[in-house]
Design a protein around this ligand. Structure first.
Ligand code: NAD
Length: 266
């Protein structure tokens, strides 16, 4: 392994690669020598991030993906293997908050509807993207990772997958599902040297959280709950992804990496 090239020769798929944590993870992977497929439902942002990585000397391509659509996963995995010859890393980062943009976060202090007002459609949408999407990606990554004689799957959960809050219960449930799904997958595929871990970010400044953090009351409350006294950056989380993707983490599976400025330690 060359210094500074912690993912030399690896091929990685990063879902949610068009924005926030996913975009920063794709940049970090490419900087460290990986060839990266950015997969996202937002084609214009995703293509722009891939172009930026290529301009900086990295190797990246963008492919449109709705993580809920099984045939799209099959096509993505197939194309990645055909284009780059292998797959070593899958970072399942795409996700949604389920926040209703018409809802006034200032009044409710929550990122979504309370339970009694939550519709089945809202629940199913959050579960489909955040939990079923991770299941599908993991399911279809297994065969190429077996062909590569091992690899790393990184599933982005949240502190909301560890503790509850006043916020959107569907979001909590979906992230809790990602946490425990990752452990089950880790055990099933440890004999194939496929490592599966979850990452649990606290409050990170991204397009997902910006509408909430633009409200000074919400921002103050969240910062007060964060012992290190600042919001996380996408790079704070990307560094965790980089570690778990690299061979430095070759004895790490089924673990949950909390990166939250100390919030859940409290
Ligand atoms: N920002 C935070 O504070 C925070 C905290 C904990 C966990 N997370 C998790 O981190 C992940 C990344 O979030 P972010 O904060 O970078 O948000 P973001 O909104 O910037 O990025 C999310 C990306 O996922 C993509 N996406 C959404 N639905 C998709 C689908 N069906 N198929 C494919 N792509 C889809 C979006 O287009 C977007 O590019 C999410 O899973 C989120 O739940 C974020």
């Amino acid at each position: 392994m060359q210094p500074g090239k912690r993912l030399s020769d690896k091929v990685a798929i990063v879902t949610g690669g068009a924005s926030g944590i996913g975009a920063e993870t794709a940049r970090a992977f490419a900087l460290h020598g990986a060839r990266v497929v950015l997969a996202d439902s937002d084609a214009s942002l995703g293509k722009a991030v891939a172009r930026e990585i290529e301009t900086a000397g990295g190797t990246a391509l963008f492919r449109a993906l709705d993580v809920c659509q099984e045939p799209q996963w099959i096509a993505l995995i197939d194309e990645t293997e055909r284009h780059f010859g292998r797959l070593d890393v899958l970072a399942n980062i795409a996700g949604i908050s389920g926040r209703d943009p018409t809802q006034n976060i200032q009044l409710t202090q929550t990122a979504g509807p309370r339970l009694a007002e939550q519709t089945l459609a809202q629940w199913e949408q959050v579960m489909r993207v955040n939990a079923t999407g991770v299941f599908l990606g993991t399911k279809y990554a297994i065969a190429p990772l077996q062909r590569a004689r091992g690899g790393s799957i990184i599933n982005i959960s949240s502190i909301c997958g560890i503790v509850g809050s006043f916020g959107n219960a569907a979001y909590h449930a979906s992230k809790g599902a990602v946490r425990i799904f990752s452990k089950a997958a880790a055990i099933q595929y440890a004999p194939d040297r496929i490592r599966v871990n979850s990452i649990h970010p606290g409050f990170v400044d991204t397009p997902m959280t910006r509408p909430g953090h633009a409200n000074p009351d919400v921002a103050k409350k969240r910062l007060e709950a964060t012992p290190l006294g600042r919001f996380g950056t996408p790079a704070d989380i990307a560094m965790g992804c980089l570690y778990l993707a690299s061979d430095e983490a070759s004895w790490v599976t089924g673990s949950e990496l909390v990166i939250d400025g100390g919030m859940t330690a409290n």
